[in-house]
Design a binder for this molecule. Structure first.
Ligand SMILES: *[C@@H]1O[C@H](CO)[C@@H](O)[C@H](O)[C@H]1NC(C)=O
Ligand SMILES: *[C@@H]1O[C@H](CO)[C@@H](O)[C@H](O)[C@H]1NC(C)=O
Ligand SMILES: [Zn+2]
Length: 490
């Protein structure tokens, strides 16, 4: 009788674990055949000239974060999660990018931004300058400036824009327009005297002077009064600047249109008044917003959430980014818009523990440790603030609300701030010349491929080739929109 009950129980459990349709081998065969049909269609390469370039940058969105965000997205829709599709999962081409900085195996956001925006690898902590520049050394900067794909587009008279959830002077967006030996030189008030005397300019000033007409969408910043990043005085100037001083860019800003003209015209039917400014990031439903807004790091960024060991905040933010990607993809056409989704670097974030299908992504592994006999969460960090010893032992998480938005997942090594990770990041691509992103690449290759697709930058011999000449005509292409969706910095 007992054996029968156990068998019944096992059957019930496995019944709920495995969706009914997945038990039919035909389901998997059909699904694979559909994938094969889609793959065969890729033999006809999309070699159009890209009218629009969109780069979505999830700060700290490593591959483990992407997978966990996919499961979370499915579970938020009351599904098991593993089978669900992120918007970026639908992109037909995926590459890996090697993220190391010229002087760092595990990189920071400044050196990586220089790579994927300016096409040149650089030292950590520096933006928009070559590896000849040493961090903090103003006097090494001169002549080492490298320009970004925004500049290349601007030089062709294209419209360019940045949409960011952080300060536009933060390292990640700043490499688009600034050249600085230190990512933290936001304003002249934050620069050492020798750098000022040496003629180095602060990042905010360069935003105004270097590329004067970047459209900047800043409505996605952290709540007013809250700042992320090492400097709490970011943006406070000793002198004065024009009206575009970004010091107030951390709160909700008025809508800013980013290259709306060309984007709107690319596809019939999208609502005419849908801006790709702040509204590009769909708002969370009120319930989830409250949940996420509960603590420091409210509205948390991917990078910020991970640094605090708060996986829930990081993953919800990644799902948000994915929703924005879906919106932008629906507003554009892959016939004329190259969309690229990537991350600057990863984090030491992981999930494992032989969890069963559909296990809540923030839940426990199905077994206890066979060493300390305590349960553990599937999500763990290699290092960070979640390290916790209670009474000389690893904390027993069954007594803890590990599904809370502010829960800090356990880590192996105590650090106030969890660190970046050193493994490759994914690069998802969709649209003209997306197939150029196809293997394991150095991160600085990304803007070269994007520029080639759009016939901007130095490499344009192919632009007049038969079949591309008409599309490349400036008359037909009055604008090229470079829209950077930069999420989650610090
Ligand atoms: C550059 O500046 C640093 C201090 O930031 C100084 O130690 C160094 O001697 C200077 N180098 C030159 C060539 O002036
Ligand atoms: C962990 O906590 C749970 C619930 O409080 C308890 O049942 C279990 O015995 C604890 N395990 C250990 C090893 O302390
Ligand atoms: Zn970071």
């Amino acid at each position: 009788m007992k054996a029968f009950l156990l068998t019944l129980l096992a059957q019930l459990c496995s019944a709920s674990l495995v969706p009914e349709k997945e038990k039919d081998p035909e389901y998997w065969r059909q699904q694979a055949q559909e994938t094969l049909r889609d793959a065969l269609r890729l033999q006809r390469l999309n070699q159009n000239v890209a009218k629009n370039l969109i780069l979505f940058l999830g700060d700290g969105m490593g591959v483990s974060t992407v997978t966990a965000a996919r499961i979370l997205k499915g579970q938020l829709q009351n599904r098991k999660g593993e089978e669900s599709l992120l918007e970026m999962d639908k992109f037909p081409y995926v590459a890996l990018a090697k993220t190391y900085n010229t002087n760092a195996q595990v990189p920071d956001s400044a050196g990586t931004a220089t790579a994927y925006l300016c096409g040149v690898k650089a030292n950590e902590g520096t933006v928009g300058v070559s590896a000849g520049v040493t961090r903090d050394r103003c006097n090494t900067t001169k002549g080492q400036e490298v320009t970004s794909i925004l500049r290349w587009a601007k030089d062709e008279g294209k419209a360019v824009g940045i949409v960011t959830t952080t300060r536009v002077t933060h390292a990640t967006p700043s490499a688009a327009y600034a050249h600085s030996a230190n990512r933290d030189w936001y304003s002249d008030g934050e620069m050492p005297p020798d750098a000022l005397e040496g003629g180095c300019k602060d990042i905010a000033r360069q935003l105004v002077e270097n590329i004067p007409d970047i459209e900047v969408g800043t409505g996605l910043g952290p709540p007013r009064g809250k700042r992320c990043g090492p400097s709490t005085t970011a943006g406070r100037r000793a002198g004065t600047l024009g009206s575009r001083d970004p010091q107030e860019d951390t709160g909700p800003a008025s809508p800013v249109a980013v290259g709306l003209g060309p984007l709107r015209s690319t596809k019939a039917g999208p609502p005419a008044d849908v801006g790709l400014g702040p509204s590009v990031r769909p708002q969370l439903p009120p319930a989830r917003r409250t949940q996420l807004g509960a603590g420091p790091g409210a509205g948390g960024r991917i990078d910020h959430g991970h640094h605090e060991g708060k996986a829930k905040q990081a993953l919800h933010e990644a799902v948000e980014l994915d929703r924005a990607i879906g919106l932008a993809v629906r507003l554009t056409s892959p016939q004329d818009t190259l969309s690229v989704v990537t991350a600057d670097h990863s984090h030491v974030f992981t999930f494992g523990g032989y969890t069963p299908r559909g296990n809540p992504i923030f839940g426990l592994a199905p077994m206890q440790s066979d060493v300390d006999r305590k349960p553990f969460t599937s999500i763990l960090y290699g290092n960070g603030p979640g390290y916790k010893i209670v009474g000389g032992e690893r904390e027993n998480v069954s007594a803890v609300d590990f599904a809370h938005a502010n829960y800090q997942a356990q880590s192996a090594v105590p650090l106030r701030q969890e660190t970046h990770g050193g493994e490759d990041v994914a690069v998802f691509a969709h649209g003209p010349m997306a197939h150029l992103l196809h293997g394991v690449h150095e991160q600085n290759y990304i803007p070269h491929a994007m520029a080639y697709a759009a016939c901007i930058g130095p490499n344009r011999a192919h632009c007049n080739a038969a079949g591309r000449a008409a599309a490349a005509s400036p008359l037909l292409l009055p604008f090229l929109t470079l829209l950077l969706l930069l999420l989650l910095l610090c």
